[in-house]
Design a protein around this ligand. Sequence first.
Ligand SMILES: O=C(O)CCC(=O)C(=O)O
Length: 272
Amino acid sequence: MAESTSDPAIRGLTAEQVESFNANGFLGPFDLYAEQEAPLVWSQAMTEMVTSANKPQDSTTITCDRHLDCDTLSRDIAQPAIVHKLRSLMGDDIMCWKTHIFEKEPGTSGTGWHQVEAFPAYTEESTAATQELFVWTAFSETDKEHGCLRFLPGSHKQSYNVENKSHNGYDYAELKLDSDWDPNSHEIVDLELKAGQFVIFLATCVHASHANTSAARRVGLASRYVSPSVRVYGDSIDLDHHGCVMVSGEDRYGHNRMYRENLNGFPFLKVE
Ligand SMILES: O=C(O)CCC(=O)C(=O)O
């Protein structure tokens, strides 16, 4: 489904890129914002987050789902440069169900090796189009010294974690299926990004990040995308401050709560 447009930044992927993604489980870097623009975009997002009257949770520091109350991040998750590439991998119907901010202060340790299978229910009909895809965008320079992401190529083809645990709060080393498994014995790709660039990866591709040994804060935004065929939130979850956002195509299932607008009333952009 590679698309042709005059602007290379918002093209879909080539057949070779899709093949590489399927083999490795990740692909990038791609350009989203100009290098000088990215910190300004983040600074605008920070201002919106701090001053927001509609925070998605009752706390001063909220690092997830700020695309629901900040216009800048609402736009970010639906940027054509991202969505056209996701369409090449997932088909036209795409829903963003969550975002996480990963800020690492100087001296902060890296994130441990892990893979994520948050939606075991979809494994029955698991196809490329029903996999969960992550887009991780660097809003500051993210090389090895600044804690770049790391990937084990091809690791999405196997389960390494004990359970289908989601994103936060786990000691990943304790989730290993085989306690002797040493991720560091695999081929490792350190994916360095300039500010404004992003990488796409499968949730099931084993990933981690380096410690931030630099003197500067590292800032990244991870956006989580699935097909609307995936039922994201079960009945038991408090839905007051959650909701999925279509960023492309249509929802032909109707089994997810959708936000049509963000909490500030800004309509989500939609790429047809
Ligand atoms: O930013 C990081 O250090 C880790 C990111 C990550 O694990 C994720 O986005 O799933």
